[in-house]
Structure formats: C-alpha cells, structure tokens
Write a protein that binds this ligand. Structure first.
Ligand code: DQA
Length: 147
C-alpha cells in the first residue's frame, strides 16, 4: 500500500490558537485526522509527525526513505531559512509536496522565498487545512503517474 508521511514543522503544534486570523481554528489533531480519513478513502497509508526542531525534521526526512513513498511537508518558518532541509530532501530521493496553510506569496516579502520549492514536486498554499487533502491527492497522482 502506498504510504505518505505528513511532516509538520515549528509552531504548527499550536494550530487552533495560533494567529487564527491567519491559520484558522483547525487544530493539528484535526488536520491529522483529516489526512488519515483522506488516506483511508484513497487506500493510502498516512503517518503524521510534527517537530519544532530543524534537526528532528531532517532526521524524519532521512528515516522516511524505505518507509514511505513520499512526504507532504509544511516546514513552517524553516521554509524560508533552511538550506539543510533543502539538502535533506535532495538526499532522500523521495517526492515532496510543499504545503502551507496560508498563501505565503500574499504575505511579507521574507515568506516569498522558499528553500523547499526548488526540490519539491510542487507547492500547495492558501487553502488552509483543506490543502492537506489536496496535497495527498496531488502526491498520489504524482506517484501513480510514475508507475
Ligand atoms: C506556514 C507559513 C510560514 O511562513 C510560517 O512561518 C508558518 C506556517 C503556513 O502553513 O502557512 O509557520 O508554513
């Protein structure tokens, strides 16, 4: 069975109460349940992880090799700063879909730069929690097109 890792980065554990005017009121637990439900409907195994630490996210990307077929990554603020995460994705040889709840291109200029985008299959942003379900479908379509 196809397996997808949903990997969330810093401060996303606070979803629901964190700047609800930007990120909505859906909690991370709600999002993870939405992902599992979407996976069940599509016949895909879904695993979810979250960390506030850059190194732990890098370790999770390395560990995904051989365990999962692809990754949906919301790297939070590390998106805009982390060459190390970019290198981890390049090294893992797994397809990654970049995900953001907010439309990073409509926000502050520093959020327009993504170190993930050049090494991702594609980017979904601006659709709130629903973006995760879109990302699962997009990644599955990408994986199926390759087989
Ligand atoms: C975010 C956008 C980032 O710019 C921000 O630092 C986050 C969340 C999003 O999901 O919209 O932490 O990745």
């Amino acid at each position: 069975m196809t397996s997808i890792l949903i990997l969330n980065g810093p401060n996303l554990n606070l979803l629901g109460t964190r700047q609800p005017e930007v990120y909505g009121t859906t909690t991370l637990a709600d999002i993870e349940a939405l992902c599992v439900d979407t996976g069940r409907a599509l016949g895909v195994n879904i695993s979810c992880q979250q960390s506030n630490h850059e190194g732990a996210l890098i370790d999770a990307i390395h560990a995904a090799r051989g365990l999962h077929d692809g990754i949906i990554l919301n790297a939070g603020a590390f998106t805009h700063t982390s060459v190390a995460l970019m290198d981890a994705i390049s090294s893992a040889q797994l397809p990654v879909v970049e995900l953001h709840l907010s439309n990073i291109h409509a926000r502050e200029a520093f959020r327009h730069k993504s170190y993930i985008a050049p090494v991702a299959v594609g980017q979904i942003c601006g659709f709130g929690a629903a973006g995760y379900a879109l990302a699962i479908r997009a990644l599955l379509g990408h994986l199926q097109a390759k087989t």
